[in-house]
Design a protein around this ligand. Sequence first.
Ligand SMILES: Cc1cc2nc3c(=O)[nH]c(=O)nc-3n(C[C@H](O)[C@H](O)[C@H](O)COP(=O)(O)OP(=O)(O)OC[C@H]3O[C@@H](n4cnc5c(N)ncnc54)[C@H](O)[C@@H]3O)c2cc1C
Length: 432
Amino acid sequence: MAGLSRRRFLQGVAGLGAGVLSGCGGLPLRSGAKAHVVVVGGGFGGATAAKYLRLLDANIQVTLIEPKAKYVTCPGSNWLFAGLANLDQLTVDYQSLQDSYGVKLLVDRVSSLGAAQRLLRLVGGQSVTYDRLIMSPGIDFRWDAMAGYDQAAAEQFPHAWQAGPQTLLLARQLQAMPDGGVVLMVVPADPYRCPPGPYERASMMAYWLKQHKPRSKILILDAKRSFSKQALFEAGWAKHYGYGTANSLIEWHSLADNPLLELDKQNRMLTSEFGDSFRGDVLNIIPPQTAAQIALQQGLTDSTAWCPVRPLTGQSLFDEFIHVIGDSAHYAPIPKSAFAANSEAKACALAVTSLINQTPIAEAHWLNTCYSLITPEHGISVAGVYELDSANAIAPVKGAGGVSARTDGEAAAMEADYTRAVYRSLIADTFG
Ligand SMILES: Cc1cc2nc3c(=O)[nH]c(=O)nc-3n(C[C@H](O)[C@H](O)[C@H](O)COP(=O)(O)OP(=O)(O)OC[C@H]3O[C@@H](n4cnc5c(N)ncnc54)[C@H](O)[C@@H]3O)c2cc1C
């Protein structure tokens, strides 16, 4: 991971010049001596940003606004399907952020951003002013992507792509399914939250079905031609679930040229453009995704429905005082993951303290790792390291990162242990 040259470092700073200058000269700090940074969204991006802002500069007041007093982590939520975890074990709160780091928590939802006045309005009626705003509100769904599948239908055919009641509903449906039943899993095209998530979910469901309902089948209907860690997943599925044989617990079908168009709720049937139909006993439909509603409604997204940002600082291209991180933001090629949101939050917190204190902004490197379980004793992973290239765009660092070796046995067991350890350390780093 080579450091940036002095020239590239200065280019990075130069790219931020407008923000730095107007931050100093245009609008002074609202709160006088103490700058006030407001963070919206207490998930992996927002909670990390709030904590690290306080660690980096205790003179900055930090308010975290999040509607839920407790947060259920999506990472680990697939383990529910294998009976390896329950929702309580995946639930965290914000006590430590408040007690140990002095983050002020407002349990409320932001309804609008008054960018000109740097003022947020909350659903509860309160308004809050900020010197800088960090948005990490996560994702929303394209409910118009498939005829017949909308928000109401998701209560019958859960996506379970925001952990909580949806995850429980899907787990209960799996448990209630007859032996010999079919699970249809619909997977969207890129980009979406957690690229390997659907395939880990299929693995965890297959692990449970193999023990309890071995005549069943999981059919993955994928809008993509290929998927994250595909060779590793397929090797694991062949080893544990008969993948590639007539009795495989998992089948994967690319529908890249034949998209699914319609859900017939009554008959639990999906129909594709070419008229193919798929009937399932349990339907897990993961719709295509967008940045969260608040980002869409408040004009922080572009035609892709994600928020474009200056990568080094996370500043929105539409408002230099608003920073967007995590799944809502466009940080490609960094994938949308909790690990990446945590990494983006740290770089953003560092940039925000520099902007407030009018000090040079340090170079950033971003990290991602995604671990997945194929069985409780078989883990696989992908890792990436990213930096700014000479055009100030995010690029993978050559020679860094990669996927697990295609081995099993002891190495796979170690990767499974790392999966659980990485989860624990990510929780501790974000919320602890
Ligand atoms: C099944 C599954 C498994 C996954 N496994 C992994 C994994 O193993 N490793 C990994 O790294 N990633 C994993 N992920 C991805 C990870 O969950 C997300 O990438 C991560 O949560 C993104 O963090 P975020 O801060 O952008 O959004 P979130 O964590 O979703 O947080 C957004 C927060 O913003 C709040 N919010 C939204 N709107 C408002 C508003 N108007 N006002 C105030 N607050 C608001 C929400 O309540 C929410 O708490 C998984 C995802 C899924 C679905």
